[in-house]
Design a protein around this ligand. Structure first.
Ligand code: ZN
Length: 233
């Protein structure tokens, strides 16, 4: 609220208090999402600087990657689940910007991610994104890009059709379906670059694998993966 006199800011704050998404306590700065206490309570991983970390183990042998990272451990019923839920279903984009900024500052401190050229969010189906109004992975990716001073492109990758009920299909048919559901508009613009692919949560890694393979198949392209939370068991 630059340029707004401080007494007006004070009145606005009284009328529209800005609350911590974790504990509901009053926040003084409008751009904040969490109070210091809740921020410290979030279960951070140390994956960014750790080779062969749990995210990389999930993707090992499935997808050629340079490095992968998740910022937080996901756990049910905890603040991180509440935050992801608020971002995906409650229209709380500030949470996504917060997560992106946290990831961005972690990656800046890790030598393993210093070559990133371009940041791409994992795409959603157009109809689903239209209904929600935004892609949560895009909000996170933009937060990372702002923090790292890099470019984020949210219209390069796309998702072609809704995944059908796949319970009756065998594993390889299911995989073919997932793989075919991603496309890239201008493969040439990605060639020779270090690409950071972003999603909100990694569980089995199947969607990131399918979308990442599309990028990894482009000559001289290097792939990095990052998610806000790590939910594998
Ligand atoms: Zn709090």
């Amino acid at each position: 609220m630059q340029g707004v006199p401080s007494f007006i800011q004070d009145v606005l704050h009284l009328l529209y208090p800005h609350l911590c998404i974790g504990c509901g306590s009053d926040l003084l700065e409008p751009q904040e999402t969490l109070c210091l206490y809740c921020n410290n309570e979030l279960p951070k991983t140390a994956f960014a600087s750790l080779e062969n970390n749990p995210v990389e183990k999930i993707l090992l042998g499935r997808l050629p990657i340079e490095a992968a990272h998740s910022e937080y451990y996901f756990s049910k019923g905890q603040l991180i689940q509440h935050m992801i839920h608020a971002l995906k279903y409650k229209g709380n984009k500030a949470v996504g910007q917060f997560l992106g900024a946290q990831i961005g500052s972690t990656l800046l401190q890790s030598s393993r991610f210093k070559h990133i050229d371009l940041i791409l969010p994992l795409p959603m189906f157009a109809a689903k994104e239209y209904k929600r109004g935004y892609n949560q992975a895009t909000i996170i990716a933009q937060g990372i890009a702002a923090q790292m001073n890099k470019t984020c492109q949210n219209n390069l990758l796309y998702r072609t059709h809704a995944t059908q009920t796949q319970t009756t299909k065998d594993r390889s048919t299911r995989w073919e379906n997932v793989r075919k559901s991603f496309g890239i508009k201008d493969p040439h613009s990605v060639k020779g670059k270090n690409i950071l692919l972003v999603d909100d949560v990694i569980t089995t890694g199947a969607t990131l694998e399918a979308c990442g393979q599309l990028i990894a198949d482009i000559p001289q392209t290097k792939l990095y993966i990052v998610t806000a939370a790590f939910a594998s068991h």
